[in-house]
Design a protein around this ligand. Structure first.
Ligand SMILES: NC(=O)c1ccc[n+]([C@@H]2O[C@H](COP(=O)([O-])OP(=O)(O)OC[C@H]3O[C@@H](n4cnc5c(N)ncnc54)[C@H](O)[C@@H]3O)[C@@H](O)[C@H]2O)c1
Length: 252
């Protein structure tokens, strides 16, 4: 029988009802993980929990606004009570704001930074005691190709995703000898609700897809597979790395 790659492991996923979050939760469940799925969208969260549970996986669903330290404390307390352990943290929750430097509104800037950047730090801060106790834990933070190269737009989003990249690296160094690996994933253009309206409007003529050497958008499950690699022991010597999943977009 093939080994399940997350057998006996407990994983917490934020933004779990989003496109990449759902694909990741379903893949992790198939790989034997106990799951803590979280999001601000409560109804989709319940539906996802039922779907995963129906397939025999153990799952807890909790509302969690990643920008709230109090929400994080409550969820981590619930994880400690229910599972007494946490081995994997996947910070996927994210929001986008497209305007450039001059057109970005201050409230939009603050919210994007609060969710994407501060939310990633708050998650690691709250979960780290349980992750350290695991002795063999993995954190996957979600950056973007827009955390690697400039696009000329999305000022707040790019700032937040660039910060996630470096926050992940410094955390990787800080926890390298304490049993916690930390890596970032950098998706390119991926078909999910986040950019569905753009893809519906522009299809394969969307400029970033035209610039993608593989000439297509990626699927959520293709990002989930990369996250699984970083979550499990297949990547046991990988920490502080940035895994780009973009069909070659940033290779040229
Ligand atoms: N789709 C892409 O092309 C793409 C590219 C690069 C990076 N990403 C990143 O991948 C991650 C997942 O995005 P996706 O494409 O699945 O988008 P999505 O919009 O489908 O999912 C995002 C999820 O985050 C949740 N969320 C929003 N604010 C939250 C908050 N404050 N607290 C908790 N949850 C919150 C939403 O409810 C949603 O379920 C994001 O961090 C995004 O920036 C996506």
């Amino acid at each position: 029988m093939t080994r399940l790659r997350l057998d006996g492991r407990t994983a917490l996923i934020t933004g779990a009802t989003g496109g990449i979050g759902t694909a990741t939760a379903e893949l992790f469940a198939r790989e034997g993980a106990r799951l803590v799925i979280t999001d601000v969208a409560e109804e989709p969260l319940r539906a996802l929990a039922h779907r995963i549970e129906a397939r025999g996986a153990e799952v807890v669903a909790a509302r969690l606004d990643v920008s709230s330290a109090r929400d994080w404390d409550e969820v981590i307390t619930a994880v400690r009570d229910r599972f007494a352990a946490l081995d994997v943290l996947v910070n996927l929750a994210g929001i986008v704001d497209w305007p450039g430097v001059e057109d970005t509104r201050e409230e939009a800037w603050d919210r994007v930074i609060a969710v994407n950047q501060k939310g990633t730090w708050l998650g690691m801060k709250a979960a780290m005691p349980l992750l350290r106790a695991s002795g063999n834990a993995s954190v996957i933070n979600t950056s973007s190709v827009l955390g690697l190269v400039g696009s000329g737009a999305a000022a707040a989003y790019q700032a937040s995703k660039g910060a996630v990249r470096l926050l992940s690296k410094t955390a990787a160094v800080e926890y390298a000898q304490r049993g916690v690996r930390v890596n970032s994933v950098h998706p390119g253009v991926i078909t999910t609700p986040m950019i569905q309206d753009i893809l519906d409007e522009q299809g394969d003529e969307q400029p970033d897809i035209r610039r993608t050497p593989m000439r297509r958008a990626g699927r959520a499950d293709e990002v989930a597979s990369a996250i699984l690699f970083l979550a499990c022991d297949d990547s046991s010597f990988v920490t502080g790395s940035e895994l780009v999943v973009d069909g070659g977009l940033t290779a040229h």
